[in-house]
Design a protein around this ligand. Structure first.
Ligand SMILES: [Zn+2]
Length: 140
């Protein structure tokens, strides 16, 4: 965790690491409306009936956190934690969500590249009237 926080600090992102919980993959994909293929972790979720706390990170039990890929998934969620803690992420508009994901994937892939790994494919929200060339990486 400290290595991940140090990595983010290089980019000017300092944050309080939120609690991380591991959930069975099937539970996580049900929470994400059965989007089972791509879900590895969730952060901004408000499901009191499932005892999920907004601001905590929920990881799939299929993520091996000892690997660089697994660490990169935690790093991605820590970027979202930073975005919430800093007030950057309001999640009111699709465009905000898109920019938030853009930064998370950019830093996740920078972390993977640093360790000689290939980038992951970004799964981004599809926002109306915004094309891929119009949004810009977030600079803290
Ligand atoms: Zn994300």
């Amino acid at each position: 965790m400290n290595a991940l926080l140090a990595f983010l600090a290089q980019f000017g992102l300092s944050l309080q690491a939120p609690p991380i919980h591991v959930l069975p993959h099937e539970t996580l994909c049900r929470i994400m409306d059965n989007n089972c293929a791509h879900v590895a972790a969730v952060f901004l979720i408000d499901r009191p009936e499932l005892n999920l706390v907004r601001g905590h990170i929920y990881l799939s039990d299929r993520v091996d956190t000892r690997t660089i890929k697994g660490q990169s998934i935690i790093l991605h969620e820590l970027v979202h934690a930073y975005q919430v803690q800093s007030g950057y992420y309001k999640a009111e508009e699709c465009h905000d969500h898109l920019r938030a994901e853009n930064l998370a994937y950019t830093l996740q892939n920078a972390f993977l590249a640093k360790h000689g790994h290939k980038p992951v494919r970004a799964f981004l929200p599809e926002c109306p009237r915004i094309t891929a060339t119009k949004w810009t990486p977030y600079k803290p």
